[in-house]
Design a binder for this molecule. Structure first.
Ligand SMILES: Nc1nc2c(c(=O)[nH]1)N[C@H]1C(S)=C(S)[C@@H](COP(=O)(O)O)O[C@H]1N2
Ligand SMILES: [Mo]
Length: 336
């Protein structure tokens, strides 16, 4: 893939969006909507964060963090904090900052714009999750099933996007291992695949960006999925998830780049081969299947040696496995 020169303003909405035709299409779309100036005025770029919690959250005010499920399951929150996963010295990112800086391309590639589209999204009800493939029993999980697979706990996790921004988020959920054990994959299963929501009628980013292979899909090797750090996320900041963070359920795989955590998934499939993934299919030289955070492996178009905290604007060295050295035992060293 030749290196692609992206003009500076275009680094603002998204550095992930890569194939040149994609970039050109999007530029045309945005130009045709007359949004060029608006885009350029966005307050944050990967290289230049607002200090002190960011202006986005403060300006946006209330209404940006309401759980997409309303009061449903409110009795399960806040869950007990499990301090075993805290990292000293890094406080949580302000909720409003995390809730107004999102990658959720089903809505828009404009990070500061996701939350407003997302809060108006009519979450399909009843939400169900198909469980298929190499599993003892193919079935459909309801949210009632999903919320009671294991007791909820809160973990303050570091989060590192491949675009070199980072934050700390208190997620609520339970280990992915508990869900997998509950679903009883067959012995032949080696991998698990997740597929996000498809809803072209209501997800404007799916409708207006047909060059992406919707719906979003991701996957993990089964031993990765069973690692104690891999987390099924049902809430953030002490309540059920707001839509922009991937309501009603997403994953957090804290030692990997953020795109390995699919949001709003509706399907889980157990397989005996490494599944294709959305970003790897789009740009295989830039986004591998494993995608473990590694300061020594530059992205072809930028360094991964440092990261910028979206709350404080601090630039700091990136840590191998995002600091989660417990994950290292999963790997032989040549995974990409
Ligand atoms: N379905 C879906 N899941 C997704 C994405 C997406 O666009 N669609 N973006 C990924 C990327 S690139 C990141 S960095 C995180 C962002 O999560 P956050 O917005 O909750 O911080 O979600 C990941 N999961
Ligand atoms: Mo990301």
């Amino acid at each position: 893939m030749p290196s692609i020169h992206i003009p500076r303003p275009w680094r603002l909405p998204e550095r992930l969006a890569t194939p040149e035709p994609v970039f050109l299409n999007r530029r045309q779309v945005v130009a045709s909507l007359g949004l060029g100036a608006l885009t350029m005025a966005l307050p944050w770029s990967a290289g230049c964060a607002e200090p002190g919690g960011g202006t986005e959250g403060a300006a946006a005010g209330r209404g940006q963090t309401e759980p997409a499920l309303g009061d449903r399951f409110a009795n399960l929150f806040p869950a007990r904090r499990n301090d075993g996963y805290d990292y000293g010295g890094r406080p949580p990112t302000a909720e409003a900052t995390a809730a107004t800086h999102n990658n959720f391309y089903e809505f828009t590639t404009d990070k500061a714009g996701v939350w407003e589209l997302a809060r108006r999204y009519p979450l399909p009800e009843p939400w169900t999750i198909e469980v298929v493939g190499l599993v003892k029993k193919v079935r459909t999980l309801s949210l009632d099933d999903l919320f009671k697979v294991a007791p909820l706990e809160e973990r303050l996790y570091r989060f590192r996007c491949v675009e070199a921004w980072a934050m700390q988020v208190p997620w609520t959920g339970y280990p992915l291992r508990a869900l997998i054990d509950h679903l009883e994959p067959l012995g032949a299963a080696t991998h698990v695949r997740f597929v996000s929501l498809l809803d072209k009628d209501n997800l404007v980013g799916q409708r207006e960006q047909p060059w992406y292979p919707w719906p979003y899909y991701e996957g993990l090797r089964l031993d990765e999925a069973r690692h104690e750090l891999a987390f099924v996320v049902l809430g953030s900041y002490g309540h059920a998830l707001p839509m922009q963070h991937g309501a009603p359920v997403r994953l957090a795989i804290p030692w990997k780049y953020g795109y390995k955590g699919p949001k709003s998934f509706v399907r889980i499939e157990f397989t005996d081969r490494q599944p294709a993934t959305f970003w790897n299919d789009l740009q295989p030289r830039e986004y591998g299947f494993f995608s473990n955070v590694d300061p020594g492996k530059p992205h072809p178009r930028w360094s991964q040696a440092r990261e910028t905290d979206i709350g404080t604007a601090e630039k700091r060295p990136t840590l191998l496995y995002n600091g989660y050295e417990q994950a290292a035992s999963l790997y032989g060293g040549d995974e990409v």
